[in-house]
Design a protein around this ligand. Structure first.
Ligand code: MEV
Length: 426
């Protein structure tokens, strides 16, 4: 039998499930049941989810949690977080509460510009290309007018277009770098449509002028160092303790000087960032790619956060490049995403940037605080205990007894399993 599954996308959902479970599972019926157990009983909701992507066979649950008590720019918010890792939400919540009576998180948006490129090759004298670009630039932009019409009405659109010489890096390689303001939408479709139109017009005009321009591709960039939000917390050094503050600053300095530590330090930040980005229906892969590139912007991968003491004030801050949307995409389509936006007061993109950056900072504060005091495992394993108990199929009584027993003890899977085993023997 051929290994190729022909015409898979054309099959019904039932057929897809059956063909996959029969082919790849020892117990086909049990695996079909697992898949179907996660189908939503509400056919309208199920259809909606089926149509988000292709070849859908079921739903994949992630917990939606709330981190309350976030005071951000003077407003108390409950932050929605979608994440599977134990202790992340608890850490964010405890950090939020800690800073809530110290002025909370203060944020600042530096700019919200996004960028994309038409990447092309040109064979010939650079001066000829520059003159040609300058002579056709208006036409290139005019050709996007039907695409930019609505965005312009909302105050956005194309803000600049420049010819960039990259030929010293790669033979004959040039770009048209186009910058965009996309207001409250992330703008990926808008940007890519504009770029593809500019590329088409460029090809046509170049051919009319007998110039050898070869367009390679046209695409937005997920590197958005001009779309920056800063979030910070601060308090007097006495409130937090001199010894703690100095150790905290040292821990951040280590993340600045050592790449291995920087990656883990920033991963802690992304625990918070990604969870809110997913809950609000934004593209977490784009955010992660852009944020990590930004962490390496000085030629070395460094901490995204900064801790310092200025005139007896401890200040902890973060700057993140975040291209987020609060309209378009999943925001109006996914009922839970819509719910999360409403929870945040239907924010515009700038406010969402503030919420995401503050959650990342809160997460980082909690992680570094644990690391330099109790160690990370104490809190983490306490939260993870329930997962261990569920893996061991513990009933409510067993769970209560185990939680009580391990209240003041170190938790490990081995010790919990032994404890449950002994309980069951009794
Ligand atoms: C775990 O998900 C995140 C931490 O490793 C972050 C850090 O080390 O700063 C605790």
């Amino acid at each position: 039998m051929s290994e190729i599954i022909d015409g898979f996308s054309k099959l019904s959902k039932e057929e897809k499930v059956k063909i996959i479970c029969d082919k790849y599972f020892k117990n086909s019926n049990a695996s079909i049941k697992t898949i179907k157990d996660y189908w939503n009983k509400n056919s309208k909701i199920q259809k909606l989810h089926d149509e988000f992507t292709e070849n859908t066979i079921s739903n994949f649950y992630m917990p939606l949690s709330i981190a309350p008590n976030f005071l951000i720019d003077g407003e108390f918010l409950a932050i929605p977080m979608v994440i599977e890792e134990s202790s992340v939400v608890a850490a964010a919540a405890s950090s939020a509460k800690f800073w809530s009576n110290k002025g909370g998180f203060k944020t600042k948006i530096f700019s919200t510009e996004k960028v994309g490129h038409v990447h092309f090759e040109f064979e010939g004298k650079k001066k000829i290309l520059i003159d040609f670009f300058n002579s056709v630039k208006d036409k290139l932009l005019e050709s996007t007018s039907s695409i930019t019409k609505n965005m312009k009405k909302r105050g956005g659109g194309i803000t600049s277009a420049d010819l960039i010489d990259k030929s010293f890096e790669l033979r004959n390689y040039y770009q048209i770098e186009v910058k965009f303001e996309t207001i409250d939408s992330m703008g990926a479709n808008f940007i890519n449509s504009c770029l593809e139109q500019i590329a088409e017009t460029l090809k046509k005009l170049a051919s009319n002028a007998d110039l050898k321009i070869d367009v390679i591709m046209s695409i937005l960039s997920n590197y958005v160092p001009m779309c920056i939000v800063e979030s910070s917390v601060s308090c007097s050094i006495d409130e937090i303790g001199v010894e703690f503050a100095n150790k905290f600053i040292k821990a951040v300095e280590i993340a600045n000087s050592d790449v291995s530590r920087a990656v883990t330090h920033n991963k802690g930040i992304m625990n918070g960032v990604d969870a809110v980005v997913i809950a609000t229906g934004n593209d977490f892969r784009a955010v992660a790619a852009g944020v990590h590139a930004y962490a390496a912007k000085d030629g070395k991968y460094k901490s995204l956060s900064k801790a310092e003491i200025i005139n007896d004030t401890f200040k902890f801050s973060i700057r993140l490049p975040l291209a987020l949307g609060t309209v378009g995409g999943l925001t109006n389509l996914h009922p839970l995403v819509k719910w999360c936006h409403e929870l945040l007061g239907n924010p515009n993109a700038k406010k969402l940037m503030s919420c995401v950056a503050s959650t990342g900072l809160a997460q980082n504060f909690a992680a570094v605080k644990s690391l330099i005091t109790t160690g990370i495992q104490k809190g983490h394993m306490k939260m993870h205990l329930l997962n261990i108990l569920n893996q061991l199929d513990a009933n409510e009584k067993e769970k209560n007894l185990t939680v009580k027993f391990f209240k003041d003890k170190k938790i490990s899977y081995h010790d919990v399993a032994n404890f449950i085993k002994n309980l069951r023997l009794k």
